[in-house]
Design a binder for this molecule. Sequence first.
Ligand code: ZN
Length: 379
Amino acid sequence: MLLAHKLELYPTKKQSDYLFHCVANRRYMYNQLVEYYREHGKLTKKESVEIVKDYRNNFEWLQDVSTRVIRNTVDDIDKAIKRGWTSEAKAKRKKALACAVTAKQKARAVHYMLPSFSKRGVNDSFAIREKEKIKVSGRKFKFEKLPKELREIKMRELIRFNGTVKQVTISHRAGKWFASFLIETEDIEKQESSFESVGVDLGVKELATLSDGKIFPAHKSYSKRERKLRQLNKKLARQKKDSNGFKETKAKIQKLHYYVSESRKQALHELTSWLSKNYKRVAIEDLAPSNMVKNHKLAKSIIDAGFGMFKEQMEYKCEMYNTELVIVDRWYPSSKTCSNCGKVKKELKLNTRTYTCECGLVIDRDLNASLNINRWRPV
Ligand SMILES: [Zn+2]
């Protein structure tokens, strides 16, 4: 199965310059093809291949980067042309032409939905789509033609999946470099030792409580940095717009947001990997935070915990590890039901942390819910 992992890169200044060089070469080649296409009104793949070859032979600076970097533009423009000639795109273009009044608008409408020139700073990226040309070792990687003296490029984290790297797309956004790896994973055999079944209660107090008593503590990443964020936002409001100080504060805020979302993602990956690897069957709730939570304070914690991301990760990881994933009905009262006798409470306040029942059961609220989730069966 093919899985993607996008991660941040930490290139040195020289490496970064080289990556920009790759991006610029790709953009230049792509724009030559767009120009040819506009001039001739057509461009076959075979013609593109010849054009790229010609440029590469005639311009030495295009030879500094992997052949793949500029060769990929052949496929890219071919796709863009095909996209531009679907019946839907044709209809849209016709409409755009009919609506155009000024000469400028008309000139633009002619190319609507067709390949357009790629601009500096917009979708700055290039790809290496051949596994032989990419080499990853731990948290470093290199690719064909990366000059020897530049060694390897550092990655922020290890690639999450075991398998063969099939391709990599390197992109530049908001001052940062990213690499998106496509990995062909092997089918994973379930370990003998794995536990049978588990129910998972995602919470606010804890990130997750499992029906066998394990607890994954909440990562209070947001709350911890929330005060800092509030301070910075106040500071920003006082600063003169577009002043240097303003820009500096804004950059700090963006960085903090990025950090928070990254650590949240990592905590969730830890949890979902553990669940999908160690159990044969995992039951989770189908959460709809918007209708589940009306309390404003709670809503933020739920967003903080990233429940949507949780479900998404569970879905693909369970497929990968051949684990049965059960999604419990949204309306099932997992918190209000007694896990011992089955009685359902009419009401259970959110701040009631301990569940007590007439049958004598006294149990942690989240543990009670996780036991019910594990026991649930579709009707
Ligand atoms: Zn009971």
